[in-house]
Design a protein around this ligand. Structure first.
Ligand code: DX5
Ligand code: ZN
Length: 212
């Protein structure tokens, strides 16, 4: 069964605790934190202090997506703040094995993310060393963008390269694009807008999973 990771980027920051509790009730599988540094992408979001406080209010697993340059500098901060999975961008580092080792040294799950323009084949050398690949289906930086139509093909191509790596898809996920991604082989779907757009998060998550 596909898992859903709501992106807290689309939540109401004025009541984060309430939002996290609502996600738990709605049976979200993870909570996705989009960490942006204003350099790797043109936006700034959450520092580790926010995660540290959020961790006290929920038992949900923290899926941290680092959209930052120099990920090695940030990994320890977010690991110590409560991340369960840390994903960094292949485009943000010269030697991904350093980040992989660093994340593993904290006992966490490791993911590598790629932008829509980055060839899937570039992941090949690392697939045996990581838990998941996060395929961006929009250009990283902002919520509410449109799903890139090449994504299902990219998911299929990645599945051909590895039968075991988890495939997470991020950006523009709604009922329709979720189905395309699931049919292509996705295991985890990140969704911001389509989970938080109406107050019935449970119903919205079910729709993404194809349950109604
Ligand atoms: C984009 C982020 C996504 C985004 C998803 O840089 O990585 O997680 O918040 O938001 P929606 O579902 O609105 O496209
Ligand atoms: Zn993300």
């Amino acid at each position: 069964m596909v898992k859903v990771a709501p992106s807290i980027l689309a939540a109401n920051f004025m009541c984060l605790e309430k939002e996290l509790k609502k996600l738990e009730k709605a049976q979200a599988d993870y909570v996705h934190f989009d960490v942006m540094d204003g350099h790797f992408v043109d936006n700034i979001t959450f520092g580790p202090q926010i995660l540290k406080q959020a961790k006290k209010c929920t038992n949900l697993m923290f899926d941290v997506h680092l959209m930052v340059n120099n990920p090695s500098k940030f990994i320890p901060w977010y690991a110590e703040a409560g991340a369960d999975i840390i994903t960094f961008h292949l485009e943000a580092t010269d030697n991904p094995l350093n980040e992989i080792k660093l994340i593993k040294s904290f006992g966490l799950k490791v993911g590598i993310s790629i932008k829509p323009q980055t060839p899937i084949e570039k992941l090949k050398p690392f697939l045996g060393d990581i838990d998941l690949v996060l395929i961006m289906s929009v250009n990283p930086g902002f919520g509410g963008q449109q799903f890139d139509a090449n994504t299902p093909k990219r998911i299929e191509n990645l599945r051909k390269l590895s039968s075991s790596v988890l495939i997470e898809v991020d950006g523009g996920i709604n009922k329709e694009t979720a189905k395309l991604s699931i049919d292509a082989g996705a295991d985890i779907l990140v969704a911001g807008t389509s989970v938080f757009k109406t107050c019935n998060y449970e119903k919205n998550i079910k729709k993404i999973k194809g349950e109604n």
